[in-house]
Design a protein around this ligand. Structure first.
Ligand SMILES: Nc1ncnc2c1ncn2[C@@H]1O[C@H](COP(=O)(O)OP(=O)(O)OP(=O)(O)O)[C@@H](O)[C@H]1O
Length: 801
């Protein structure tokens, strides 16, 4: 007999009776599955059934409440929604999984778009399966409030007590799931069609990361149920972030989804060990590198200039191939993928040698049908293959390319200018293990690997978080991993920093070149950052990201923002220690965002105060105190955030204001800004700034009020150009008085001319490093004489042979 559903007017007791009965059914199912293995006919079946019963996450844990939501439709239908679906023996659904597409669609209902939903009843429960509270939202009633009382949408969200309780909980080093309090607009994003290029834009704390991860679970439950978990890829900006989000998907039942940080998309033996110059870093992320690499690979295949002969073990004659013969073979082979082309070249070469050998046998009259063709010595064939089409690892190829001006210039062709070629040059280390690599080399290696092997792992769906910062080369690495262009991209243009900081989504979407329909969603409500903190941080937006507005905040925390103006730099660190100590003594999860310049002194101050902290830049978060650089704080959140020396954060790079905006918006409750008096960024100082707890209150012109417009597509191009305009400083030589200034190499002229010009520049650079300018002329004359002497000696040696 199937279980009857409580009526619309069900009381808490009625609901509890239903909860109890459903739990009994669930636990009976669990028991019968566990017992099934004991009665299995043979040990093999028993083992399999036991493993299944142990692994069976579809029932959830025994202590889990059976449901957290009830949805009543206007037509009288009722659905219970829980973390896991539950059915009775007749397979009648008693509770639906939150992941079911139909349930997500109903959760997307609102007073303005009811979708047939009359009421949503939320249950607050306590262990085990006991209903503590019920909260009813009747959509028609909400509509009435909005129309008749003029209640705003954000006031409706703010009045959701269950949500507010969730948002007020203290945070931990691991992100939590939000299944019970998913909001209507979020539900629609989670359930959006999988076969699209979905772009989710939203300000800090709007739930982008949470939604993206819940979407993965929902897709694997619904439209992608035929797809294995490990065919879905989640990409985040760095290791710490990955660790921070790592528990969410397993908790949602998806253990095997691949989660990678963007630097480790591919498995490589290369570990970045140098920091790239900003201009070189930007260049290495440029999509033009695709052409450069393609040309450089083509350049590695070299025709021969002389006849090549091959010996055989069992005959005395040799077979000779002319340069034309070798060129003909090369012409008939595709250069990419490189290693495939190499194998094909060898095959055709062997076949050409065999043809010649047979011709020779025939000419000598030694050939008859069925006689074996002599085989050339493998070492000789290999030597030619290696000479024409060298076998290379991607790392060796890239090292050789960056290590040779000639190779670089030839590969650059008209794609890169001479100054850009200079940026790419890097001394090749004789041993691969000593080669210097930067993180910008990784996408290049990834691309080279693809060009060489033609193979890469692909995924049915890719989710990319903080996508706004990725370089074109990183985006291309993602594109080739996408099986059919289905992707979910989440990010915030106002938080776009780094070498490829941008002001619109246009180039990201263009580079990903997805054939799937594109959908763009903007999230409006901010769930993390308290109102006072966001109002303070938003003062930066008019200059940090003109046209972008702050999210609409749905929570308040009293006395959330404090400015600490201290007299000297040293006092800054003393004050940070005090503030951090106070927060951590209350059990709060604290993040200290400190510019690199102050890092050492901050750590000294912590050490002197015998305080323990975790370096979040190195891949982990501690439950108490964490120190993090502004860049690495992206995506993270803490109960209390202490921002040290904001002015230095702003001054540290072209997107300093955005960096500071990111740093200020990491808190769920308290923000403390510690700075030397008079050194607070102009935009943050305001007549009605939050209380200063320093000795020297600041006076500064009032900042513009926070921008309250909606996100505009176009943003000041000057901001866009900030990253693009980065140039290398200090590479110009001081011109020696008696030598003309080195001519800058131009993109014109033959590769030889350009190689000479560029090497001349390097010689001059070297001279500038090792000798005073008045000696240069003499040194060069001496060098020239020595080269001439060696040439003469070499020629004499040749003659005497
Ligand atoms: N519906 C919700 N219920 C409960 N908590 C939520 C909800 N939506 C978002 N949150 C919480 O708000 C916080 C911010 O979410 P999240 O980190 O996903 O935001 P974000 O948009 O990725 O932020 P940022 O751009 O700063 O990285 C998280 O603690 C998240 O759990």
């Amino acid at each position: 007999m199937s279980l009857s559903l409580p009526r619309w007017a069900a009381t808490r007791d009625d609901e509890q009776t239903y909860f109890d009965r459903v739990r009994e059914i669930r636990e009976a199912a669990r028991e019968s599955r566990a017992l099934a293995y004991q009665s299995a006919a043979n040990p093999k079946d028993r083992g399999r059934l036991k493993a299944n019963a142990d692994d069976d996450a579809t029932l959830g844990a025994p202590e889990e409440a059976v449901a957290f939501l009830r949805i009543d439709l206007e037509d009288g239908e009722t659905y219970y929604v829980g973390e896991h679906g539950i059915s009775d023996e007749q397979r009648d659904r008693l509770v639906y999984s939150w992941k079911a597409p139909a349930m997500l669609r109903l959760r997307g209902a609102s007073h303005s778009d009811p979708r047939g939903v009359a009421r949503q009843r939320t249950f607050r429960t306590e262990p085990v399966n006991q209903i503590r509270d019920i909260d009813d939202v009747v959509l028609a009633e909400l509509a009435r409030q909005v129309v008749e009382l003029g209640t705003s949408e954000s006031a409706l969200v703010s009045s959701d007590e269950f949500l507010q309780d969730e948002l007020a909980r203290t945070r931990s080093p691991e992100m939590q799931t939000i299944v019970r309090t998913i909001q209507a607009a979020q539900a629609d994003v989670i359930a959006a069609p999988h076969d699209t290029l979905l772009v989710v834009q939203g300000g800090p704390g709007t739930g982008k990361t949470a939604i993206a991860l819940h979407r993965v679970a929902a897709l694997l439950f619904g439209p992608l149920r035929e797809v294995a978990d490990n065919e879905v890829l989640v990409v985040g900006p760095n290791r710490t972030f990955l660790k921070y989000i790592s528990r969410v998907l397993p908790e949602l039942g998806e253990e095997h989804v691949i989660q990678r940080d963007v630097g480790r998309l591919m498995s490589t033996s290369v570990t970045p060990n140098v920091v790239e110059d900003p201009a070189a870093a930007r260049l290495k992320g440029d999509a033009r590198m695709v052409e450069v690499i393609a040309q450089a690979l083509t350049d590695r295949v070299r025709p021969v200039r002389e006849d090549i002969s091959f010996a055989f073990d069992d005959v005395s004659w040799r077979v000779t191939l002319s340069p034309r013969d070798v060129a003909d073979i090369l012409e008939s082979v595709d250069r990419t993928p490189y290693t495939v082309g190499r194998a094909r070249f060898r095959e055709l070469l062997e076949s050409a040698i065999a043809t010649e050998a047979r011709r020779r046998q025939k000419a000598d009259g030694h050939w008859s049908r069925g006689s074996a063709t002599p085989r050339p010595r493998p070492a000789e064939v290999e030597a030619l293959v290696e000479r024409v089409w060298p076998q290379l690892t991607p790392a060796a190829f890239l090292r050789d390319l960056f290590g040779s001006v000639e190779r670089l210039l030839s590969a650059a062709g008209s794609t890169l200018g001479a100054d850009e070629v200079r940026l790419l040059r890097r001394q090749a280390s004789p041993r691969m293990s000593e080669q210097r690599w930067s993180k910008e080399d990784l996408p290049l290696l990834d691309h080279v690997t693809m060009e060489m092997t033609g193979e890469t792992e692909t995924y049915a769906h890719i989710v990319v978080d903080e996508v706004q910062d990725l370089s074109p080369m990183q985006l291309l690495a993602l594109r080739r991993r996408s099986r059919d262009g289905s992707m979910t991209l989440v990010g915030d243009i106002a938080q776009s920093t780094g070498h490829w900081a941008r002001d619109s989504w246009a180039d990201i979407v263009e580079l990903l070149a997805s054939p799937r329909p594109r959908q763009h969603v903007e999230l409006e409500y901010g769930y993390r950052v308290p109102r006072g903190v966001m109002e303070f941080a938003a003062r930066l937006l008019p200059e940090a990201a003109p046209g972008v507005s702050a999210p609409t905040i749905v929570r308040d925390v009293e006395d959330s923002t404090h400015l600490h103006a201290v007299p000297t730099e040293d006092d800054q660190f003393t004050r940070v220690v005090e503030v951090v100590r106070e927060h951590s003594s209350k059990g709060l999860f604290v993040g200290v965002v400190c510019p690199d310049a102050g890092r050492e002194r901050l750590e000294d101050a912590f050490r002197a105060a015998h305080m323990h902290w975790q370096d979040a830049d190195k891949g982990g978060l501690a439950s108490a105190i964490n120190v993090v650089s502004p860049g690495a704080s992206k995506g993270l959140e803490f109960d209390a955030v202490v921002v040290v020396d904001p002015e230095t954060i702003v001054d540290a790079g072209p997107q300093g204001l955005r960096m500071l905006y990111i740093a200020l918006t990491r808190t769920t409750a308290y923000l403390d800004v510690v700075h030397v008096a008079g050194r607070l960024p102009r935009l943050l100082t305001d007549a009605d700034a939050p209380a200063e707890s320093g000795d020297e209150p600041e006076t500064a012109p009032p900042a513009p009020s926070p921008n309250t417009g909606v996100l505009a597509g176009a943003i000041d191009p000057q901001v866009a150009g900030a990253g693009a305009a980065a140039t290398v400083e200090g590479t110009e030589l001081d011109a020696p008085r008696r030598l003309s200034r080195p001519r800058s190499t131009s993109a014109r002229g033959s590769v030889r001319q350009r190689t000479v010009a560029m090497n001349a520049e390097h010689v001059l650079e070297l001279l500038a490093e090792v000798a005073p300018p008045h000696l240069w002329e003499e040194i060069l004359a001496e060098a020239r004489a020595r080269v001439a002497g060696e040439e003469v000696a070499g020629a004499e040696a040749q003659d005497s042979r």
